[in-house]
Structures are given as structure tokens and as C-alpha cells.
Design a protein around this ligand. Structure first.
Ligand code: RB5
Length: 179
């Protein structure tokens, strides 16, 4: 994290770092054993309830950094997309989960960051393909359109899928070209 964003985070969203997860079986294995990747998560007020339920559900092995919002006050989803994307782009192992009411607005904003590949998913297959073909480093979910059960299923599928590379890498290389 860098200066300005740290100040903002501390004063406005009180990020909580939780070492959680894996009632759900989510973990990442490296040669030296199990390592805890960083998963950043953020929402606007429309995604807060689902974010809270996701955090309560996941219980081991992945390090989750909650970047807010943390109360029901109306906020602007681009601010939270920006906050999360900034963290993901600075963390070589970082991935993110963004939630707004539909997942639409927050995914639109996230994809304006060069290097961010944000995928709004509404099925387990989309979550899998988002990683396998698009190497999505941010998963977007609709808080008002997605059950907890489905959200957890999407997250698990996304985290447990590997990018296929090859021809897909050639396409990813074109994503951040100027239009
Ligand atoms: C907020 O009411 C709502 O517009 C937002 O959460 C999201 O759905 C926008 O795409």
C-alpha cells in the first residue's frame, strides 16, 4: 500500500485483515507447501450484505483483506473498485472480489484499470472460464442477484481453476492496448 491510499483506508474503511477460509476447501499450493494468497474484497452498500456473509462463511487458508464498505451508508461503487484494484495491482499474488448490487457498475469501473481483468459472473462455468481463458484477477458478483451458496460456489471455482495460457495469453496481451 502506498501513502495516500493507506490514509484513506485507515480513516474511512478500517480494513480488517482476516486469516480465514476453507470450510470451503479453498487453498493454494506451492512447491514449499501451502501458502496463503491474498484475496482483497470490497463492496458498495448494495454488496455489503453478501460481502459480510461471504466473510463469515469462509474460514481458513486464504488471507482476506476487507477494504470496505463496512456500514449501510450509501457509497459510490467506483471508489471501492479503485481501492481494490490499486491493491491487487500492487500485490503479485493478489486477486480481488468486488460486489455491488448487480456487479455491473463495479465491474465496469474495475476494467478501466490497466492490468485488471474483472469478470462479472453469474454461473460456476463463467467463474471457471473467467480464470481458464481470461485469467481474471478480479471476480465481480451481484450482491442483490446472487445467493450466498452461489457466490461461494463461484469463488471456489474461480480460485481453484488455472489459467490455460497459450492462445489465451496472446489475447490477454491485446486487452490493455489503447483503443
Ligand atoms: C447502488 O444502488 C447500485 O446502483 C449499485 O450497487 C450497483 O448495482 C451498480 O451497478
Amino acid at each position: 500500500m502506498q501513502g495516500a491510499s493507506v490514509t484513506l483506508l485507515k480513516s474511512h474503511c478500517q480494513p480488517t485483515v482476516l486469516t480465514l477460509i476453507v470450510a470451503s476447501g479453498i487453498c493454494v499450493r506451492y512447491d514449499s507447501g501451502v501458502i496463503t494468497p491474498s484475496i482483497y474484497i470490497a463492496s458498495d452498500h448494495g454488496g455489503l450484505e453478501l460481502k459480510t456473509r461471504i466473510l463469515a462463511y469462509l474460514t481458513t487458508s486464504v488471507r482476506i483483506i476487507d477494504l470496505g464498505t463496512n456500514d449501510a451508508a450509501s457509497v459510490d461503487y467506483p471508489d471501492f473498485a479503485d481501492r481494490l484494484c490499486s491493491e491487487v495491482l500492487q500485490d503479485s499474488n493478489g486477486q480481488g472480489i468486488l460486489i455491488c448490487g448487480t456487479g455491473i457498475g463495479i465491474s465496469i469501473r474495475a476494467n478501466r484499470h490497466v492490468g485488471i481483468r474483472a469478470a462479472l459472473v453469474t454461473s460456476e462455468l463463467m467463474a471457471e472460464m473467467a480464470k481458464a481463458h481470461n485469467d481474471a484477477n478480479v471476480l465481480c458478483i451481484g450482491g442483490r442477484t446472487t445467493s450466498l451458496e452461489n457466490a461461494i460456489a463461484y469463488i471456489k471455482r474461480w480460485l481453484s481453476t488455472s489459467f490455460e495460457g497459450g492462445r489465451h495469453q496472446l489475447r490477454l496481451d491485446k486487452l490493455d492496448r489503447p483503443t
